[in-house]
Design a protein around this ligand. Structure first.
Ligand SMILES: [Zn+2]
Length: 406
């Protein structure tokens, strides 16, 4: 026992432990924390004698979950698309929006003209909104620079956010997000002269935790994505993929063949894709915010994923175009209401399975030897986290065992 051992008592713990049923709920629980990691969790009556003399912090019956993990975001970007949103609702066509400089082109040009400090400043309110709901890990992608310098600057800004706030940031290189206007019709040339060199440079600077792409008719073909993934493999970087969002090009199967951490969106995923993901241990990341914003009707194949025991995660996909959403709690509610996920699946989707989608094994559950990143809630039952709409019952966030201000 060291002096900085902390004991939290009088709580109920949704441990989300692997293989457990019903949230792995422990009533009248206690959690011991040592050197920033959980050293013991269980019924308070069974707290080992070695802890008895140490000071305790009562949580007065509150629910404790693992700190939430938002495993798919684009929170670093320039500008926003509110005027485009308004134009479209006033009846403008996509062509008219594009002619007015809207669409991804507007985000790319706003991002290119932003300094690293600008990017950090504009991302902070989005990050703060996530943290206010108990998030302790955020994945952040590049992908709005689409030139070497801006892709690197986005990743540097993402990493810098972790020095501004008490949060763990995981970065994904998403150079294969879209073909920029200056390479229109030349996706292959873009991959060769921008995307792959940017990936190598970002990796050399230690800025890449995983390599992502967008496999879709409006983005890149499976064979173009494979060329980027081949480079990722030689750099020993894990991959993940935006795929099967609007059509089925077999991207999930391709990603699984590279042992991908996750395949994301996957509304149009077919049985072969599900089976390939199950075999590779690839996590399915569903993104109900984009589904909602785009008013999609094709729901991800939840039953097939359950049958094949593919772990399901969910995330905000916070981005300026298709999911300007900074609430993981609302994502949980949307996943339940729109996709018919259960509240237990939704909570696993933003804790244990989200951690897995990032390749992290030391968070996402409340278990010995994991980081003591916890969320404390003013609720009686974990289903309340998915049930309410636009309500935040967070009492406090605990990061590495230390309660921190919202
Ligand atoms: Zn995305």
């Amino acid at each position: 026992m060291t002096d900085d051992t902390l004991i939290f008592t009088d709580l109920s713990a949704a441990t989300m432990a692997e293989g457990d049923v019903a949230y792995g709920l422990i009533e009248d629980a206690a959690i011991a924390v040592q050197d920033g990691a959980i050293s013991w969790v269980g019924p308070q009556a069974h707290l080992p004698a070695t802890y008895h003399a140490l000071p305790r912090t009562s949580l007065n019956g509150r629910l404790v979950t693992p700190g939430l993990v938002d495993c798919h975001t684009h929170i670093v970007h320039g500008g926003n698309r509110a005027t485009e949103f308004e134009m479209r609702l006033k009846g403008a066509s996509y062509e008219e929006v594009a002619r007015a400089g809207g669409g991804i082109v507007s985000t790319v040009s706003a991002t290119r003209s932003a300094s690293q400090a600008d990017m950090v400043a504009s991302a902070l309110p989005r990050l703060d909104a996530l943290l206010a709901e108990g998030v302790s890990v955020v994945e952040i992608k590049s992908g709005y620079g689409l030139d070497i310098e801006t892709e690197l600057r986005m990743l540097r800004a993402a990493r810098a956010l972790a020095t501004e706030r008490n949060v763990r940031v995981v970065t994904s290189f998403l150079g294969a997000h879209a073909v920029p206007a200056e390479y229109a019709g030349q996706a292959e040339a873009y991959i060769d002269t921008v995307c792959i060199p940017a990936l190598r440079a970002a990796h050399a600077e230690g800025l890449v935790d995983a390599v992502d792409g967008f496999c879709e008719g409006i983005a890149f073909t499976p064979s173009q994505i494979a060329r980027v993934f081949d480079v990722a493999q030689t750099l020993d970087l894990p991959v993940k993929l935006h795929t099967e969002q609007l059509s089925n090009l077999g991207g999930a199967k391709l990603a699984a063949s590279y042992g991908a951490l996750s395949a994301d969106h996957i509304e149009y995923l077919d049985d072969a894709g599900v089976a390939a993901m199950a075999k590779a241990g690839t996590v399915a990341v569903v993104l109900p915010g984009a589904f909602y914003t785009l008013r999609e009707t094709q729901v991800p194949p939840l039953d097939a994923l359950r049958t094949h025991q593919v772990p399901i995660a969910l995330a905000t996909d916070c981005n300026p175009g298709s999911s300007p959403l900074t609430s993981l709690l609302l994502s949980m509610n949307m996943a339940c209401t729109l996709f018919r996920m259960t509240p237990e699946e939704a909570l696993a989707g933003v804790t244990r399975n989200a951690a897995r989608a990032l390749g992290l094994r030391d968070c996402g559950t409340i278990a010995p030897d994991t980081r003591a990143d916890l969320a404390v809630w003013d609720v009686n039952h974990p289903a309340e986290l998915s049930y309410r709409i636009g309500f935040n019952p967070l009492f406090s966030r605990i990061v590495k065992g230390v309660p921190c201000p919202r």
